[in-house]
Design a protein around this ligand. Sequence first.
Ligand SMILES: [Zn+2]
Length: 512
Amino acid sequence: MKRKTLLYAAMLAIPMAVTSPDAGAQNKPAFPEDQLNQAEYAAHLRFLASDEMRGRMTGTPWLEVAARYVAEQYRAAGLAPVQGAEGYLQNIPLARRTPPAAGQIVLGGDTLRQGKSMMIRNGGALEWSGGFVFVGYGTVDPERAIDDYKGLDVKGKVAVAKFGSAGGSDFMGSLTSLSEKKRQLAAELGAVALVELYRGPREWRLFLSFLGRAGLDIQSGSSEFVHFLVEDTVGTLAAKAEQQKGSAGSIQTPGIRVEVAKTSNVIGLVRGSDPKLRDEYVLLTAHYDHIGTRAPRGAASADTIYNGARDNAMGTVALIAAARSFTVRPPKRSVIIAALTGEEVGGFGSRYLAEHPPAPMDHIVFDLNTDGAGFDDTTIVTVVGLERTTAQEAIIKGARRYGLAAIKDPVPEQNLFNRSDNTKFASLGVPAPTFSAGFHAFGDEINKYYHTAADEAGDDFNFSYFLKFCKAYVHSARLIADMKEKPFWIPGDTYEKAGRKLYHMKESPARQ
Ligand SMILES: [Zn+2]
């Protein structure tokens, strides 16, 4: 009897002790996020940031293990899968592209060698000789009455075009979208290859290292068409090509080696509790990839594994906390929880998610991203973009519940708002701040861990702050998903206009 009585007493006592909320919160209603358990969340973090994960580099099997781990946590929590995903995995077709070491173009008597005065930008192997046709800037734009191909036939020949455009254009645009457009156009007109003559503000040797290294990209349809960038710093080649109009020459290249790489976003859904609001979605994002392994930095440290505990296993585990809390007690709006791949190597995860959203983009009313480099103050959270949306109060309140003050970006000169996955959604108009562990400056305490081998969940890691951080993130997200008014940009924000367009709103009166 006694024994049983004691057991009953113990059983009654245990839940009392476990459910007792944080000090000072006795009078507040309880939320599942209040109960998150430090040992459990430390375990998630220790696993994702362990040496065995080898730095969670995109395209490696280690990141696949991390994805599987997050997916199984979603399953255990009871998240619903989203359309277009396999289980919780949204597969992204990635290609690892390795440029060749050799190759050459002979053009108008000049021999241009791969890695010296020429770099291949796109395409497979090509051995060819025949005619080269100069096509000006290689663009066609009926609206501006531009047709650089007028009267020219490039079928079966190589098109030679100048870099950029006649009116002068922004450098990045010339290097990316404009260059790709020129490639597509030349291919459509039946050219064998495109040679772009580079003359611009950036030094040629920067291209040699940039285009010369192996890299990952989302696989695109037009990977076979051969496209070169050639140094023409003083315009000699362009002048010569322009004068000769056409000439004979040859091309020899082994082409870019393309290997398919497997990677995924890990996405799950919680249906909102309010039938009137559940067609609106709050998106929660955090990248779960990091930068892998690197050669040791001198004799000081032999560590080659960049564990990425702060960047961004912390944010990834905060998503697991959201999955656990919201399935127990859903907020009014629906919540999409998305662990994103590829942030550190070009933002492929957020790019792909924005192109293949699990709900119509104009129904996604907010993105609360979480990412960070480290923390120098365990009494705060730093929210990059805090003051830029009407969710500011909700975030401040969500953090305050666990004794943390939310502060805005203290280092705008670092341009942090545009350095994580939130940028992609913000540019489309979705209000999208980044919730980070607390920092006041990008100083020594941050640089000690930011993209270094020291970013581990080791003995110096503050697990009790980490748990508060997870709780604050989840509760802020909950308060946003429960907001009466749909959250939006503060008037005059850089992205307000994009937001008005996305959500079919009228132009703001101030701008009419
Ligand atoms: Zn990061």
